[in-house]
Design a protein around this ligand. Structure first.
Ligand code: NAP
Length: 243
């Protein structure tokens, strides 16, 4: 019997869990538990870390997992490598579901890290950061910027040159425009999370704000698809092969 483990935390994982439920596949979705809302996933849901690659391998063995789909966020650094190592150890066929990068618009630029993106700005720039709560220490290196940090969950104490706003996406294009206007934003720093062009990026372009995308880190080798539909096709093919 197929038991699919989806490493989640993305809209793709959510969509895939529902497709798998429709197909009658026994599915467990695993979430890190970073946000208070854990979404309306189909199938079983487990929450919290496994304890590294070995912990994940043990969990998969204990729960007779036969397929692993790593649908974590493009900026999840550790989990894709844990999944790679654990799937080799058990072994279990693994697929990476990774949405494509944003299609670049003229004038947008890239930076390898948040720190590098901040250093690309002139003193006094009013910049909106939508890069999340992690790695926010980088703002300490640019006290000469006016920084607005937008996060889903509240962030701990920030220096005086940083204003924190808490927003749960998605925002409409109109709402993104209003936010940029309210804070008189001149530059937007966003992760290259990818997918369809996010309203925040479109709004920033239209608003005349500079857009800097923080690049993704390298991901483990192995089969990779971009959409839940492609993941379902992989699953069908690999399960048919299993029979
Ligand atoms: P990460 O660096 O890959 O993960 C750090 C640790 O969190 C992992 O070593 C693992 O702990 C645990 N973990 C991560 N994803 C997990 C999952 N799906 N199920 C169980 N444990 C998980 O990832 P992150 O950047 O901290 O992100 C955490 C989660 O938020 C991910 O699931 C990701 O899909 C989602 N997310 C991340 C971002 C982002 O920008 N980074 C944005 C949106 C959503 P153990 O080693 O103990 O197993």
């Amino acid at each position: 019997m197929t038991h699919l483990l989806i490493l989640g935390g993305t809209s793709e994982a959510h969509h895939l869990s529902h497709r798998c439920a429709e197909m009658g596949i026994l599915t467990t979705v695993s979430l890190a538990g970073r946000t208070r809302q854990n979404g309306d996933y189909a199938g079983q849901v487990r929450i919290g870390g496994f304890g590294g690659a070995d912990g994940l391998a043990d969990w998969m063995q204990e729960h007779s997992v036969t397929r692993l789909i790593d649908a974590t966020h493009p900026f999840a650094h550790a989990m894709p490598w844990n999944a790679f190592q654990a799937s080799t150890k058990v072994p279990v066929p693994r697929l990476r579901l990774l949405r494509p990068r944003f299609v670049r618009r003229p004038g947008w630029s890239s930076a390898p890290t948040l720190t590098a993106a901040l250093h690309a700005l002139s003193p006094g720039t009013r910049v909106l950061l939508t890069t999340g709560w992690m790695e926010l220490d980088a703002v300490n290196q640019r006290p000469d910027l006016d920084i607005v940090v937008r996060t889903i969950e509240p962030v701990a104490t920030l220096p005086r040159h940083v204003t924190a706003i808490q927003i749960r996406p998605p925002l409409s294009l109109q709402q993104e425009h209003a936010l940029l206007a309210e804070h008189r934003i001149e530059a937007l720093i966003s992760k290259d999370s990818g997918g369809t062009t996010a309203p925040k990026l479109q709004a920033a372009s239209e608003f005349g704000a500079r857009v800097i995308l923080v690049d993704r880190q390298p991901h483990p080798p192995g089969p990779t698809v971009e959409t839940p539909d492609q993941a379902v096709a992989w699953l069908n093919a690999s399960v048919a092969f299993q029979i």
